[in-house]
Design a protein around this ligand. Structure first.
Ligand SMILES: NC(=O)C1=CN([C@@H]2O[C@H](COP(=O)(O)OP(=O)(O)OC[C@H]3O[C@@H](n4cnc5c(N)ncnc54)[C@H](OP(=O)(O)O)[C@@H]3O)[C@@H](O)[C@H]2O)[C@@H](O)CC1
Ligand SMILES: [K+]
Length: 490
């Protein structure tokens, strides 16, 4: 698992390390790692134009030392200083010694310099940044956004809140972020995720000083460890039976997608109960289908309730019936709308409940998501005593006990009708296996994102493609090579 940390946690961890190492050691480690990544991105350094955007703190110091290293390898490096009086003196001296040039923000020609750069390094502000970018920093950021060069952020893209990912106004649009010692939460969640690009972690020796992470990201091996294949003694019941209540007679699609996703994730046994029975039976002869109530479907180890089921009184009664059971329940879509009117239905449960809102559904529970997505998901989870899977850029899963996950997989192609129904089916199947609810939700988000990445490689995807590609994606997460895809990366 990858630990995700706030700026304060990183600062606190740095303190003993700074005290135990000679002055400047950590910055040298950071700058060396940064220069290595930049050189790799450039391919060759000789003659390449590099512009450093340099703020008055240590983030600027990192950029200056890395720039000195690139200048030493033949790159044509110019530092643009936001505040010439406060630029890191030793870093500036190192850059000058290596043959780098220095300009000030606002000098004539700075915009053209940035526009023509092969690589723009953002060392304006890191974990010391507060609030929206000041006008001069915002101006340099705009120039970098318009240029054609590779954009690399030092530690954190300037303008992104390192702890929450919030962006107030503009922020540096990095294709790559080279971060030091620990992955900051703001690089993987909310608006920050889109500004950070690919994240490269440079080891500066911080790990032993970091607290146990309260927020984590799953890797493929973490997900694989929770997607155990059936063993020789398993039968169709022992893998966990999942029940699905989704879709309506007029719109059976949600029931078909949700049931299909559950079957393809964990093909033990799926029971369907509801008005889309006919459509589900036709699509999935493997499922056991009833047009009756959930109580008539037979015993299950987890329920999925909500997608496409409507919000009328009958739907409300079905939801109440499912929530009155003593097994884990995943509540999605229409059932979230109903639950927001009657949150007591979930508070009185003893078995785990997982809620899977997007932002508008979340807001129905009383307050908008706001800029701190992890904080918002944790608040609602604690309030309702339920796991909250908040969909979005960097889907957040929050457990009522305070632990949380931020998903690291996925693609913008997943923003299409029915993909949420698929996620619910995957998560329901994993809940039925007995995984702790927050882990089931986090693994489901991971697998759903990987499946989307896989499906999107062959062109625009629709939700049904995800269902079809799920077995391949499970194999891939487990590290089994998939024929015909040409590489192993996502
Ligand atoms: N500590 C260590 O051992 C190590 C630290 N490391 C590096 O140091 C970084 C942290 O350095 P830091 O603490 O000096 O703060 P930093 O991020 O440079 O920002 C402060 C500057 O930004 C300015 N500024 C603030 N808000 C602003 C705004 N909205 N708009 C515009 N400007 C704004 C602020 O101005 P001021 O408010 O003081 O006027 C000040 O000039 C960290 O991210 C990592 O890169 C690595 O070398 C590894 C070892
Ligand atoms: K930065």
């Amino acid at each position: 698992m990858i630990g995700l940390f706030t700026a304060d946690e990183v600062r606190a961890a740095e303190a003993p390390l700074l005290a135990a190492t000679p002055p400047g050691t950590l910055m040298q480690r950071a700058a060396t790692g940064l220069a290595t990544v930049c050189a790799r991105l450039l391919g060759s350094t000789y003659g390449r134009r590099v512009v450093l955007l340099v703020g008055g703190g240590n983030n600027g110091g990192d950029a200056l030392f890395a720039g000195a290293s690139l200048a030493g390898r033949g790159a044509r490096v110019t530092a643009v200083l936001l505040d010439p009086q406060r630029a890191h003196p030793a870093g500036l001296a190192a850059l000058r010694r290596a043959g780098g040039r220095v300009a000030a923000a606002g000098d004539r020609g700075t915009d053209q310099l940035i526009a023509r750069a092969d690589l723009v390094l953002d060392g304006m502000l890191g974990i010391g940044g507060r609030g929206g970018l000041r006008p001069d920093a915002a101006e340099l950021t705009r120039a970098a956004a318009e240029g054609a060069g590779i954009t690399v952020a030092v530690d954190v893209p300037s303008g992104v809140d390192a702890s929450t990912g919030a962006v107030d106004g503009v922020a540096f649009p990095a294709m790559h972020t080279v971060t030091f010692g620990a992955v900051k939460r703001g690089l993987v969640v909310g608006e920050g995720r889109g500004h950070a690009g690919r994240v490269h972690l440079v080891d500066i020796g911080l790990a032993p000083h970091l607290p146990p992470p309260g927020v984590r990201q799953l890797t493929d091996p973490d997900a694989a460890a929770r997607l155990e294949p059936p063993s020789a003694g398993d039968d169709k019941y022992s893998q966990g039976v999942v029940g699905v209540v989704a879709g309506s007679a007029t719109y059976p699609g949600a029931g078909v997608l949700c049931t299909g996703a559950a079957l393809r994730t964990r093909p033990g046994l799926v029971r369907y109960a509801g008005a889309a029975a006919e459509g589900v039976r036709a699509a999935w002869p493997e499922a056991i289908v009833t047009a009756g109530r959930p109580g008539e479907a037979g015993r299950v180890q987890a329920w999925v309730v909500g997608p496409g089921m409507g919000t009328d009184d009958a739907a409300r009664d079905v939801l109440a019936e499912v929530l009155a059971t003593d097994v884990p329940v995943l509540v999605d879509a229409d059932a979230l709308t109903l639950l927001a009117r009657e949150p007591g239905l979930v508070r009185r449960r003893s078995a785990p409940t997982v809620l899977t809102p997007h932002d508008r559904e979340f807001e129905r529970f009383g307050a908008p998501v706001g800029a701190d997505r992890i904080g918002a998901a944790r608040r609602l989870a604690a309030e309702l005593g339920a796991v909250v899977l908040l969909k979005g850029d960097g889907t957040v899963v929050a457990d009522p006990d305070g632990t949380a996950f931020v998903n690291g997989t996925g693609t913008a192609d997943l923003a299409t009708a029915g993909t949420g129904d698929v996620l619910s089916g995957i998560a329901g199947a994993l809940l039925a296996t007995g995984l702790p609810a927050a882990e089931a939700a986090a693994v489901a988000a991971h697998l759903h994102g990987r499946t989307g990445q896989l499906a999107a490689r062959r062109g625009p995807l629709i939700a049904g493609d995800l269902v079809r590609r799920l077995p391949e994606a499970v194999g891939r997460v487990r590290g089994i090579p998939v024929d015909g895809l040409g590489d192993s990366g996502a």
